[in-house]
Design a protein around this ligand. Structure first.
Ligand SMILES: [Zn+2]
Length: 345
């Protein structure tokens, strides 16, 4: 059974790997269908590490996956063979304090797919604990099912923002996470959401979404535009999804007093902040690290059409082309939002 293996930095191979044969009592075996390429997969490919996580041994990439159940453990009674599913890719320790508190995404012992040394899902079959495997409704494609993972990050951000109906949001960064965060904020009650970036190709994809207002930072003044559109008040929710240090300056100029600032993008370098000004505005800061308890809500919003992620799937590659898919992803083309791979198409 061939898998897409990151041998080391900048070296991928599609090679044989032992097939998992035993399914534990609480586990299911899934025939993978579609797997999305995440920014983190590309980062491991290009740099061999993310922060504290180093690729020391060959690792199968991919954590945004959907597929079909082909075997179930004997304790499992909510899923059955043949179910179309997506996977929340974190194996949790049910005895951890974080798990019991419902914040298992902060448990350091969580085993997250394609985070060294845990293998990911760019492989024809995987075995996974059934509790974090979710059925996808018939009206969703496998491609959309594989988008639930990034959407869950946006859902976590919107949830942390404590959005009140009719509020106005601003998202910095128009990558996949920026867009899904903006859509989750709209679904969560924002009347309109601005999304700002320097790449007009990415912003173009947002033009067809109602109430999502692109701001091209190359041609438009962010502060002036936000000020004009909010009667000089500012936005209620600010989502940082760009990872760019400059984006933090907009917190001062674009937030209304008492706004919530949700930090989702990862910064490569520390960001200096004038905290005194932030205190004076009474800003509330939240951070997002992955997600917990978001999959069911995300699937519901996709299924009832309140969130449509189909326009974000830029291109789909066959499994045999998966190295090419990563090379394309590493080109960071402005017009590419999400690239996906058909493992068993
Ligand atoms: Zn991801």
């Amino acid at each position: 059974m061939k898998a897409l293996v990151l041998e080391k930095k900048l070296e991928l191979s599609l090679r044989d790997i032992a097939i998992p044969t035993i399914t534990g009592d609480d586990e299911v075996k899934i025939k993978m269908h579609t797997v999305g390429i995440c920014g983190s997969d590309i980062h491991y490919y290009e740099h061999g590490k993310i922060g504290q996580w180093l690729v020391k041994e060959p690792m199968i990439l991919g954590h945004e996956g959907s597929g079909t159940i082909i075997e179930i453990g004997k304790n499992e009674n909510k899923l059955k063979v043949g179910d179309r599913v997506c996977v929340e890719p974190q194996i949790t320790d049910k005895n951890s304090k974080e798990y019991k508190l419902g914040i298992y995404n902060y448990d350091q012992s969580v085993k997250f797919w394609a985070t060294p040394p845990i293998h990911g899902c760019l492989v024809p079959e995987v075995i996974f604990p059934a509790d974090l495997v979710f059925k996808i409704p018939d009206n969703l494609s496998f491609g959309e099912g594989a988008m639930v993972e990034p959407l869950a990050v946006g859902m976590q951000g919107a949830t942390k923002a404590n959005i009140k109906p009719g509020q106005i949001g601003l998202v910095m960064g128009c990558g996949p996470i920026g867009i899904v965060t903006a859509l989750a904020a709209l679904a969560g009650g924002c009347a309109k959401v601005f999304i700002a970036d320097i790449l007009s190709e990415k912003l173009k994809i947002c033009e067809n979404y109602p109430d999502l207002i692109p701001i091209d930072l190359k041609n438009e003044n962010l502060q002036e535009k936000v000020s004009k559109e909010t009667n000089n008040w500012g936005v209620n929710c600010f989502f940082e999804c760009s990872g760019a240090v400059e984006a933090y300056e907009s917190i001062f100029s674009c937030c209304c007093p008492g706004a919530t600032v949700v930090l989702i993008g990862n910064n490569a370098t520390p960001v200096p902040m004038d905290w005194a000004i932030l205190f004076a505005k009474g800003l509330d800061f939240k951070t997002v690290h992955r997600y917990s308890h978001q999959y069911e809500n995300a699937i519901r919003l996709l299924s009832n059409g309140k969130i449509n992620l189909k326009p974000l799937i830029s291109k789909t590659f066959d499994f045999e082309q998966s190295i090419k898919a990563f090379e394309r992803a590493a080109e960071h083309r402005a017009e590419d939002i999400k690239l996906q791979i058909l493992v068993n198409g």
